[in-house]
Write a protein of this length. Structure first.
Length: 389
């Protein structure tokens, strides 16, 4: 089991290896990245105050149907900035799903609030709005839905619950650049939307992140935190709040502009390939792909998620032996991570679906979904064989 998770870690972090199947390496770059990088390198300002930064912030925000964007070092600090800008801190509680990357929970802990872990829906892998409603208490100050694998969480239900209780929503959209819910894009629903551009994401500059909002006052508050307490239009040596330096660089933004230009075509290609795989394997007993609600049909396919009725370890070994990257899901829920296992600094609601998926789920990374027709057919065939073993 340990060796399985070591191998899976290398795949998840997108260490490339020879698979003989023509799966594209990741990240993908080209002449456009070099052209924009040269523009920055020829200037005398490579950091966060180059016009390339503002350009990327505006273009990405507009692409995601939001008014304002704030580029940052990574998608972990954008979550932390969002919570801090909302004045969430010690004594407060924030509802998070039990299945996500650790940053969803540690962002809450780092502002000294308490994460409240709730269950996911068994088939969508996204936070269950019914469990969110049950978890709300007098100390609840925010909800963080995660758009897991690309398809968005049920934002109609989540925003309705939030409005009823006067609680802000912070979307963790690290997997969801270009994902939609009823035609409206991720990051444009809540008080904030947080995105990651880490090496494995569908858009990447190696590292990077952005915070979106439709509320100018909130984005200005977050900008003060990001830029050492400075305010727009004020002097360089005037600091009004206790902030830090989370600025993104112009070099990262140059790469991200090129990545954004390429994203719509890549998202469409993954969608076509996944649609073929799902249709091709619809008759395979014991193989269940992530359910995608009609409202979330347009999305990144950052992960092709599913679970098996049989031995997940056998499925995983057979698929990777065939040359295709596959990860046997997370080794534990967030609340079983060593940081939270003793329950001293969190609250855990019953999470049977999350615990079930830990034992039987898998994912295939998005780069494996960018192949041509022959490669996609080969992947579908390998999944069929692995599931039948």
């Amino acid at each position: 089991m340990l060796l399985e998770f070591v191998a899976a870690f290398l795949i998840y972090t997108h260490v490339n290896y020879s698979n003989g199947m023509g799966i594209p390496n990741w990240p993908i770059s080209g002449a456009r990245e070099r052209e924009l990088l040269d523009e920055v390198l020829a200037s005398d300002r490579w950091g966060g105050y180059h016009p390339m930064v503002g350009r990327f912030e505006k273009e990405f925000a507009a692409f995601q149907h939001a008014r304002f964007g704030l580029g940052a070092m990574n998608g972990t600090v954008t979550l932390e900035m969002a919570l801090e800008a909302l004045a969430i801190g010690e004594g407060d509680e924030v509802i998070v799903p039990a299945i996500s990357f650790i940053s969803t929970a540690t962002a809450v802990s780092r502002v000294r609030a308490k994460p409240v872990f709730v269950d996911i829906e068994a088939d969508t892998f996204n936070i269950d709005p019914r469990r969110v409603r049950e978890a709300i208490g007098p100390k609840t100050r925010a909800i963080i839905p995660v758009h897991f694998g690309g398809p968005m969480a049920d934002m109609d239900a989540i925003m309705e619950i939030a409005a009823e209780h006067g609680i802000p929503v912070v979307e963790d959209a690290a997997h969801a650049a270009g994902s939609e819910w009823n035609g409206r894009r991720a990051g444009s629903f809540g008080a904030f939307g947080s995105f990651s551009f880490q090496n494995g994401k569908v858009m990447t500059a190696g590292e990077g992140g952005i915070l979106l909002s439709n509320d100018e006052a909130l984005i200005d508050r977050a900008r003060e935190i990001l830029d050492i307490g400075r305010r727009k239009g004020e002097g360089w040596f005037f600091h009004y709040t206790l902030g830090t330096n989370y600025r993104i660089t112009a070099l990262q933004c140059a790469v991200l502009i090129a990545q954004l230009e390429r994203l719509p075509e890549q998202n469409c290609r993954r969608m076509r390939n996944v649609e073929f795989i799902r249709e091709e394997l619809a008759d395979v007993a014991g193989l269940h792909f992530q359910r995608v609600p009609q409202a979330a049909q347009a999305h990144t396919n950052y992960l092709l998620l599913g679970y098996v009725d049989g031995d997940r370890g056998v499925f995983h070994r057979n698929l990777t032996a065939a040359g295709f990257p596959c990860t046997p899901f997370y080794p534990h829920t967030l609340y079983e991570n060593p940081l939270y296992k003793e329950r001293h600094n969190c609250h855990v609601m019953p999470c049977p679906n999350s615990e079930a998926r830990i034992t039987d789920a898998f994912w295939i990374p998005h780069r494996a979904l960018l192949g041509d027709e022959i490669e996609t057919q080969a992947l579908a065939s390998a999944i069929r064989t692995a599931a039948a073993a």
